[in-house]
Ligand binder design. Sequence first.
Ligand SMILES: [Zn+2]
Length: 136
Amino acid sequence: MENPLRAIVRYFVIKRLSGDVITLLSVKEYLVDQRSPSEIGHKYRISKYKVRGYVQRVVEKAGSQRLATAIVEKTWRLVYQVQPIVIRAGGRWVCLLCNEEVARPEAHVRKQHKKEIEDAVNQVINKLQTSRKKLK
Ligand SMILES: [Zn+2]
C-alpha cells in the first residue's frame, strides 16, 4: 500500500487540479472541525451521504480515522494553495493547459496531466517537510 500521507495528498490534489475544492473542505470540516455531515452538506449543497463517502475514501487510505485526521489537519492548507488547471468558465469546464473544453474534469486530469499531479503532490510534501524543519 502507498504511504497514507502521499495517498491522501494525491487524492485531494487531483480534485483541486480538477477545479473541485468542496471535497477537500468537506473532509477537513468533518475530520478537523468536527462538523456534522448534514451541516457540511447544507453548506456546500451536496448530500450528507456524499460527505460521508468522501470521508470514507480518505479514512480508508489512512487505515484509521485518527491518522486520516492528523494528515488532513497538516496538509489541507497546502493542498488548498495548489492552482487548479481546470476551471469553470461560462458554464463549461475548460482545461487551461490544453486550452479546450473538457466534459469530465477529473477524468481528464487523471489521464492527461499525470506529470502535473505528481509535481503538485511532491510540492505539497516538500513544503510540509520544510515547515517541519523550521519548527525544530
Ligand atoms: Zn488538459
